[in-house]
Design a protein around this ligand. Structure first.
Ligand code: CLR
Length: 429
């Protein structure tokens, strides 16, 4: 009881701190874009890409009609769509059950990639993006901390958890496929109801655009993923199955949760674009499919050997331009209340991306060029002064649990923002 009380105390303190950042989000999430349909010119991907075999994404110059009106910083914020799973995880008293929900969260991060064969805008060095959800109780922040190679450092906080990591990818166009390999580790600090804190880590799997030559490009995500609880020792091994020739088994994910002694506790199965189920299988492995009767119990498990639904993807209504998800539509909104407080470096203020969102593709291309030229000029000036870019909101640190390097958020962003909300000014940005 004492430990639960202290866990609740920590959550209360965090809650108050995070709520101080909600100014500007009073209007609630945006529901639609200005555009009803994107009438982008249909150009063959292969026609453009065939001369670029062997190149990585940073070396490809593509017409702006291959872009979508998101930035890579916002693509990382897409991870926040299913944080409810983390809230549920934190309230489960059993660590293997917490792992089931954390692993489902890690798999849910891929559901919004389908139908999105488009290039997000490349963030400028020092560009930032913030996103807060008063209704969900979290705040998210990311800064582009390196341009070559492109690296974004992200930090999200809620009363029950912190989620942070580095977004950096290696990409290469192989002709048959365009592969994107994420490099960084993602960290989850969970504050379970039973007290204390737990550290989980995982790495993202490979994303790949396939079907380029046949003219039906799709995004696949595949490979093994290990989610590890460093504090109590549970491990979940997930396997994202690679899409085959006949697309049978597409989107499939399966896995197992091992307890701290290494013996199996849960079997997991489903599809990362749709649903994930779990089944209590103490000491053995089983394949998990949808339960065959109507007694699907979501959010509970106590002793059940019947599979239960852990996660379900939100609907993808057709008719949203650029094939965006409803969650993504909320990301680039800038109501007047938010414009007043958001940092001048925020992605929402990029004129090229805004033009793209509004369907003004030619203007988007002109502005994109202008910003990139300006960035080059700034870099030359910096080099002439013999200076190096220093991130404003993150420093490099080493995790004393995993031994890995990671980007430590200095917390100053939200403090300065609060001053701005009370009439102050952004300084040194
Ligand atoms: C995957 C999840 C990671 C962050 C991340 C980084 C790069 C993204 C990738 C995600 C998804 C696929 C992606 C990629 C950059 C380019 C690629 C959007 C979100 C698209 C599909 C490539 C389009 C090909 C062009 C030639 C049109 O945490």
């Amino acid at each position: 009881i004492k430990e639960a009380e202290s866990a609740l105390g920590t959550r209360e303190r965090k809650k108050a701190e995070i709520e101080s950042s909600f100014a500007g989000y009073e209007d609630g999430p945006r529901r639609r874009l200005k555009l009803d349909a994107d009438d982008r010119p249909k150009i063959s991907l292969w026609g453009i890409l065939k001369s670029m075999i062997g190149k990585d994404m940073t070396k490809m110059t593509l017409p702006v009609s291959f872009n979508e009106p998101t930035s890579l910083l916002q693509r990382v914020a897409e991870d926040m769509e299913y944080t409810d799973l983390l809230d549920i995880a934190a309230d489960r008293p059993d660590p293997t059950e917490r792992m089931v929900y954390v692993a489902a969260f890690a798999a849910s991060e891929y559901s919004s990639t389908t139908g999105r064969v488009a290039k997000p805008f490349n963030p400028l060095l020092g560009e930032t993006y913030e996103y807060a959800r008063p209704d969900k109780g979290y705040r998210f922040f990311i800064e582009q901390v390196s341009h070559h190679p492109p690296i974004g450092a992200a930090w999200a906080e809620s009363p029950r958890w912190d989620y942070y990591g580095e977004s950096a990818v290696k990409s290469k166009f192989y002709g048959k496929s365009f592969d994107i390999n994420p490099l960084g580790t993602w960290f989850l600090r969970l504050r379970p109801i039973t007290g204390g804190e737990e550290l989980y880590t995982w790495k993202k799997v490979t994303s790949s655009v396939v079907g380029i030559v046949t003219g039906a490009p799709t995004v696949d995500n595949y490979g093994p993923m290990e989610v590890k609880n460093w504090t109590t020792g549970e491990v979940c091994n997930l396997d994202f199955k690679q899409r085959g020739w006949r697309a049978a088994g597409a989107y499939e994910v399966k896995g197992r949760v091992l307890d701290s002694n290494g013996s199996q506790r849960w079997s997991i199965g489903g599809h990362w674009n749709d649903k994930v189920y779990a089944r209590l299988t103490p000491g053995y492995d089983a394949s998990v499919t949808a339960p065959d009767n109507s007694s699907i119990r979501s959010g509970g498990s106590g002793g059940a050997t019947q599979a239960f639904l852990v996660w379900q993807s939100n609907p993808r209504p057709s008719g949203i331009p650029f094939n965006l998800t409803p969650f993504v539509v909320t990301l680039n909104a800038i109501p007047d209340s938010l414009r007043k407080v958001v940092c001048p470096t925020d992605t929402r203020l990029r004129p090229d991306q805004r033009a793209m969102e509004d369907g003004e593709y030619d203007f988007a291309a002109v502005e994109k060029n202008r910003l990139e030229e300006k960035q080059r000029a700034t870099r030359r000036e910096r080099e002439n002064r013999g200076e190096e870019f220093v991130p404003k909101w993150f420093t490099k640190g080493r995790c004393n649990v995993t031994g890995e390097e990671y980007w430590v958020f200095n917390g100053e962003y939200w403090k300065m923002r609060e001053e701005v909300a009370h009439g102050g000014k952004w300084k040194g940005v």
